[in-house]
Structure formats: structure tokens, C-alpha cells
Design a protein around this ligand. Structure first.
Ligand code: ADP
Ligand code: MG
Length: 615
């Protein structure tokens, strides 16, 4: 075939292949356009999962009548004018290809009106060709209608799924946008029924409500507020408590300058931050907003803009890791508890709002990190999540087991009463069935899993002791020879200190061979070859590694588990109180080394409710 320039319609249909995959991708482009136009309210209407109709209506600035046709041509945009603009872009769109691509694969109508215009103007696109503009009725703002998606491209249409599936994709897409653009109201209607309404949120309470609207109470009542700023990076948002981890990585939202992205570097940093508090195979939930100078991040690396490239990925990685690691260290048992309000059904409601902390829009930055506030609702295993009948049975059992008079406990209570300060985890009353500690607090009782708590305390101590010592190297009697790629061998040769720091002694002995002569002493017996290969991959890919530390921690965690008090060991009241005080002082003591909760509480208010008091 001779070479020929393709017709415009075909060019747009090809481009649509990259940008328009399904109804949700159309909704993404159209809602992002509405947000870019400054809309405060965006309505999305779907029929048949968006396959038959997608209508997006906004109250934004609108498009001038004489620019409507231009908006529908390829590479026409009002958002950038130069390379310099592109490098500092803060709008969601900038490629100028969404409208022509969508119009090329659907029956398309664009109606818009600016404030200056006397009436609205409407342009229809049929078979990829824009018809002459017509006057129309429409308030200031824009409505785009997309009917019969892919009617002209049967091959694409066959890839569409059932209505329900396509709707679910749109729903998730809108949730993702709703979590980022909290000051804008978003609504979703499906087949004539209103299905979602995200109300505009202007303060912390509103944002908290919107978070709950988007992700449910289960997340919003069991999360930490994160706020951290350093080196021009500003991170805010919410991270789920380790004890509220999920079996799927389905509640992970990450935004860079308001744009939802998936990023390998960030995913890795988050995973590492949770490594120490999460059970293997569980996934944390999070909603995190990173604000960064747009010049330090390239958003033009993916046609649908799902990915970005950080100029300094290593810095972002370390910043994210440190911020989250520190926030998670605050999960001390009993730390700054805001009492969770419990509604009539016994479900805890997160009305507790962290003072001062919380999401602050970029620019209004305050470095208030460390105030990562912590509140605790019903964790999966806690009594709050149990049906009332079960709670009653549990506590009836407790009541029976509590000693009638315990001189030491009452002493403690007297001390507390006279000093006026009850520590957060209170004073021990009794040991229950050799497994739990029952303790009286200022406003109720708590139950502690003594083995789980002791295990975490021992683990944190071992870690602290270890990090003070520095890494000792164990010299291998017989060096181990390891085959690597030439790139890896080059890296080893060029960076001896990186390995020495971790306790490895290595030498390149051939173009693709290294010789391992020493390993971190504490890790004697681990598969040193595999560990080294993992370390190498991390250092090359990410510029840093925590594998040695992770391995070491795993070992320390096992040691701590073996050393921790076993079930059925009798503890005296002073021993129990000592454990409670240790918990209050130990980082991450809200969960054991495997991510299970170490304690749970029952407030007087909850007890009163159980006994129908005060009604
Ligand atoms: P991009 O968003 O990358 O600029 P699009 O093809 O999505 O490209 O849109 C082209 C142009 O049309 C935009 O730059 C904008 O000026 C205008 N536009 C599109 N949708 C809207 C809208 N809802 N409100 C106002 N202007 C819009
Ligand atoms: Mg756009």
C-alpha cells in the first residue's frame, strides 16, 4: 500500500483507542473538563451503565460560541500555550484531545454558554463531523451528551461489559474524583435514579463526612489523620489503622496536586511504612494527597494521565515512607483517645475530629506533623463490631470472673482518685482466663490481650537496642559466588559503601559475577543470596533499601513472640499495671506484630446502653 495521510475522523478514532476505553473513561474526561472550568456542581447522568447515554452538566465558565467548533478539534486547548505552561500545569486536562476523541466514537452533542453570551450554543457531531452551531437553551455552564458509545466501532463495543459492570466503573471513578475535589458538589444518576450525592465540603467536619460518604464509616472511623511537610512536599490525608486492614488493595487513593495517579514508588513507600504493623497479605486503606511544585513532577507520561513521573522519585519515596512510618508509630495503645460516639445500633460513628489537623488545601500549609491524631472506633475484632447479644455474653462472662475485692486494685483506684490522673489504659483489676487483662479506666473498662501486647513491646525494645548497636558483619569462611547481570555487577563495583552500610561485604569477580564475603551478623542463617539480590534490585530501582532492616525486624519479631508471656501465666496486679504502662509508652502498641489489635475498650456510656440505663 502506498503511504497516505489518514482522514481526520480516523485519526480521532485511533486516538480514542488510547483515551476512551469505556463509559468511565468518558466520564473522567468530561468531569475533569467541568472541574477545570471551575464548576462548583457537576451532574452525571447515565443510562444503561453509560453505554446508551452519558450526560455531564456543569455550572462552570462555559465555552464561547465562536470557540465551540475549535474545542472539538484535535490538540485544541485553552489550558496551555507553551512548553513552559506544560511543565507547570495544574489543570487536569492539557492535551486537547478528549472531546474530539469522544465525539469520533459516539453520537455527540456539546451545549455551552458563558456569562457574557445572551443564549447558549449547541454543536452536534455526527459520524465524526461537527454540524453547524445552533442557538440553544442552557444556563451558564456546559452540558456534554454522549450517546451510543462505540456505535461506529463495533470492535470496541464488543469489549464493553454488562451494564452493571460499566456502572460500577463509573461509580468508582466518580468516588475517586469526589475524594479529591471536596469543595465541588458531585452527583450521579443512573437510569433516572439518583445514586450518589457528594455534598460540598468546606471544613474538616464536611471533609470527614464526605470521606464517609465515599468510603463508608468503616474507613472513616478507623483512620489516622496525616499531615506532614518537608522539602517542599506536603502530604495530607487519612490512613487506615493497621487493625482495619483489607484483604484487597481496593481502598487506596493517591493524588498528586489533585490528580489521581497510580505510582509504583509511592505504593512501595506505603507498603514499607506498614510492613511492621500489618499481617502478610493484608492491604492498608488510605486516601493521601501529595502537593508538590508542578515543575517537580511530569504529568505528561500517560495519555489518560493515570501515571506521573517525579523528577526526584527517591526523595518522594523517602518522604512518603517517613511521614507514614511516623504516623503509624503513634498507634500507641490508649494514645490521645477521642471517645468514639456510638449510635443506637452499636456502630461507632467518627464524629471525633482531630483538632487542628486534617486536610488543609495546598498553600495553607501548616507543619503540624506529630499531631497525627488517633481515634479508634470498633476494630474488626473489637466488641463494638459485635452484635449486642454477643457483647452482653462476653461481658457477663467478664463480670463473673472479676474478683469481688482486690486490695491491690482498689489501692490503684485510690491512687488514681487522689492524684486525679488515671492513665489512658487505667489500672488492672484482674486477669481473665489466663489470656486477658481487665483494667478500669477513667470512663469505662478495657481488655488487653496480654500476649499480643507483650510481644509488641518486646519487639519495639529489640529494634531500639539493635539500631543502637550498628551492624556487625559476619565474615563467611567460604565466600559465596553469585551470578548477576552486568548492570548489577557494575552497580556493586561503583557503590561499595552502600553495601558496607548494610553489613554486606562484596566484590565483583567477573563481568557478571560477584563474590559475597560477609553478611549482616544478625541475619546468619537467612538465604543471604536471595536477600542480596533483592537489596541490589531495590538499590538500583529505588536508590534505597529497607530489606536488611525488614529481615532483621522479622527475626526480632519472632524472638519477641517467643519471649512474650504465654497464655495461662499468672501475672500479679503490679505486673499487669507495668504492662499497661509499657503499652502507653511504646510506639505501635495498638496492634501486635501481626497487625491484630492488642486491646479494646468499653466505655461507661456503652455499658449503660447495654443495660438500658438512662433511657
Ligand atoms: P483539554 O481538557 O485537554 O484542554 P478537551 O478536548 O477535553 O481538552 O477540551 C478542549 C477544550 O474545550 C478545553 O481546553 C476547554 O477550553 C474546553 N472545554 C471542554 N469542556 C469544557 C467545560 N465543561 N467547560 C468549559 N470549557 C470546556
Ligand atoms: Mg479535557
Amino acid at each position: 500500500m502506498p503511504i497516505r495521510a489518514l482522514p481526520e475522523v480516523l485519526i480521532n478514532q485511533i486516538a480514542a483507542g488510547e483515551v476512551v476505553e469505556r463509559p468511565a473513561s468518558v466520564v473522567k474526561e468530561l468531569v475533569e473538563n467541568a472541574l477545570d472550568a471551575g464548576a462548583m456542581r457537576v451532574d452525571v447522568e447515565l443510562e444503561e451503565g453509560g453505554i446508551r447515554l452519558i450526560r455531564v452538566r456543569d455550572d462552570g465558565a462555559g465555552i464561547q460560541a465562536d470557540e465551540l467548533a475549535l474545542a472539538l478539534t484535535r490538540h485544541a486547548t485553552s489550558k496551555i500555550a507553551s512548553l513552559d505552561d506544560l511543565e507547570g500545569v495544574l489543570s487536569l486536562g492539557f492535551r486537547g484531545e478528549a472531546l474530539p476523541s469522544i465525539a469520533a466514537v459516539s453520537r455527540f452533542a456539546l451545549t455551552s454558554r458563558t456569562e457574557q453570551a445572551e443564549h447558549a450554543t449547541r454543536v452536534l457531531v455526527e459520524d465524526g463531523r461537527a454540524q453547524p452551531a445552533q442557538p440553544a437553551q442552557h444556563p451558564v455552564g456546559t452540558t456534554v451528551e454522549v450517546r451510543d458509545l462505540f456505535y461506529s466501532v463495533p470492535a470496541r463495543r464488543r469489549f464493553l461489559r454488562a451494564e452493571r459492570t460499566e456502572f460500577a466503573h463509573v461509580d468508582e471513578l466518580l468516588r475517586t474524583l469526589a475524594l479529591a475535589h471536596m469543595r465541588r458538589e458531585l452527583r450521579l444518576t443512573h437510569n433516572g435514579k439518583a445514586v450518589r450525592s457528594y455534598r460540598a465540603a468546606v471544613d474538616m467536619g464536611g471533609r470527614q463526612r464526605r470521606l464517609a460518604d465515599a468510603l463508608g464509616e468503616a474507613f472513616s472511623s478507623q483512620c489516622l489523620v496525616v499531615e506532614h511537610e518537608s522539602a517542599g512536599l506536603h502530604l495530607t490525608g487519612w490512613i487506615g489503622l493497621p487493625t482495619a486492614s483489607r484483604s484487597q488493595a481496593d481502598q487506596q487513593y493517591f493524588y498528586v496536586n489533585g490528580r489521581a495517579v497510580r505510582d509504583r514508588v509511592v505504593t512501595h513507600a506505603v507498603r514499607q511504612a506498614y510492613a511492621d504493623v500489618l499481617f502478610h497479605g493484608r492491604h492498608p486503606a488510605f486516601v493521601l494527597y501529595l502537593d508538590i511544585d508542578p515543575r517537580r513532577v511530569d504529568v505528561n507520561v500517560h495519555p489518560a494521565k493515570h501515571e506521573v513521573r517525579f523528577r526526584d522519585g527517591r526523595l518522594v519515596h523517602d518522604f512518603m515512607f517517613r511521614s507514614l512510618h511516623e504516623a503509624l508509630a503513634q498507634t500507641r495503645a490508649g494514645a490521645s483517645l477521642a471517645s468514639p460516639l456510638v449510635d443506637a445500633a452499636g456502630v461507632s460513628v467518627a464524629t471525633a475530629v482531630a483538632e487542628g489537623a486534617g486536610w488543609v488545601p495546598a498553600g495553607a500549609a501548616q507543619a503540624t506533623f506529630g499531631a497525627a491524631s488517633y481515634w479508634r472506633g470498633g476494630s474488626p475484632q473489637s466488641s463494638l463490631a459485635l452484635p449486642v447479644r454477643e457483647q452482653m455474653a462476653t461481658y457477663a462472662a467478664l463480670y463473673g470472673a472479676a474478683p469481688a475485692a482486690n486490695p491491690e486494685a482498689s489501692n490503684a483506684a485510690v491512687t488514681a482518685a487522689t492524684s486525679g490522673a488515671v492513665p489512658p489504659l487505667g489500672f488492672a483489676l484482674a486477669q481473665l482466663h489466663g489470656v486477658y487483662i481487665l483494667s478500669e479506666t477513667a470512663d469505662g473498662v478495657i481488655v488487653v490481650d496480654m500476649h499480643a501486647a507483650h510481644e509488641r513491646i518486646g519487639y519495639e525494645r529489640l529494634k531500639t537496642a539493635q539500631s543502637g548497636e550498628g551492624i556487625r558483619v559476619l565474615h563467611l569462611l567460604v565466600p559465596e559466588s553469585i551470578a548477576v547481570s552486568a548492570r548489577e555487577a557494575d552497580f556493586v563495583e561503583a557503590n561499595p559503601p552502600a553495601f558496607a552500610e548494610l553489613g554486606f561485604e562484596l566484590q565483583r569477580v567477573a563481568p557478571t559475577q560477584i563474590s559475597l564475603r560477609g553478611i549482616p551478623a544478625l541475619l546468619e542463617g537467612v538465604d543471604a543470596r536471595q536477600l542480596l539480590l533483592d537489596v541490589l534490585a531495590d538499590l538500583i530501582e529505588l536508590g534505597s533499601t529497607r530489606r536488611v532492616e525488614e529481615q532483621r525486624n522479622e527475626l526480632l519479631s519472632t524472638m519477641a513472640c517467643h519471649a512474650a508471656v504465654r497464655a495461662n501465666r499468672r501475672l500479679s496486679i503490679p505486673e499487669m499495671n507495668a504492662l499497661l504502662r509499657d503499652m502507653e509508652a511504646t510506639e505501635r502498641s495498638g496492634q501486635c506484630n501481626h497487625g491484630r489489635p492488642t486491646w479494646t475498650r468499653l466505655s461507661m456510656a456503652e455499658l449503660d446502653r447495654l443495660f438500658l440505663r438512662g433511657r
